[in-house]
Ligand binder design. Sequence first.
Ligand SMILES: C[S@@+](CC[C@H](N)C(=O)[O-])C[C@H]1O[C@@H](n2cnc3c(N)ncnc32)[C@H](O)[C@@H]1O
Length: 235
Amino acid sequence: MSEAVQHKDRLRLYFDGIGFERWSAIYGQEQLSPIRRSIRDGHAAMIGQAASWLEERRAGFPNQPMALDAGCGTGLFTIVLAKRGFRVTAVDIAPQMVAAAQCFVQELGIDSEVEFATGDLETIANAQNAPGAYDVVCCFDVLIHYPQSDFVRLCTQLATLSRNTLLLTYAPFNPLLAAMHRLGRYFPKNHRHTDIQMIPDHVVEQTLAAAGMQIQRHSRVSKGFYHVTLLEATR
Ligand SMILES: C[S@@+](CC[C@H](N)C(=O)[O-])C[C@H]1O[C@@H](n2cnc3c(N)ncnc32)[C@H](O)[C@@H]1O
């Protein structure tokens, strides 16, 4: 098994086990430690920013635009897309995440707008979708778990699937954050978060340019232990 396949397999096991408990708590309503609450707050700020960028572009899309939520997790952005009139394909490698997202959209009565798939976004993308299959491709806090070589491949794949807009987050390289992540490993086990893989900005820019996309805007979202760059690229 290649290193990349083994890495994905580890992530699948993590997000379908202890990672599901940890992240569904962060994305939910229950009481959290200050560290995890900062991650919840940062993530909520990022989702809010992405939703407002999407809203600004909404008028430029066709009547029933298509969106891919790649690595949908518990479906927090899937519902943003469905509520804004997108036909959404929501994909996640962890069956427990997909099940939670399915429950969420059913409770909201918007399940007819969403098609779920359980599996690796790369495999599903390769098997089912022609280039440019979606008006909008979203991938939030997924690529932050992949080292640079995987990041470049996955980001290129996601860009290829988008005929118009790509919204994604990555963890920007920053020496101070590198030290914070090292420090994070010394917190008690139940406070630990997954390894975050930082990617230099120029690698992201080069990857998207090579895939024929231009970065339109980006925003650093930093709160406590949550640090990502949200970007919007278009074709
Ligand atoms: C930190 S969560 C983010 C969830 C969601 N995007 C959000 O922001 O609310 C990362 C998610 O990516 C999923 N994931 C990781 N690698 C994936 C892959 N190769 N294909 C599909 N999903 C993946 C995990 O199972 C997990 O649900």
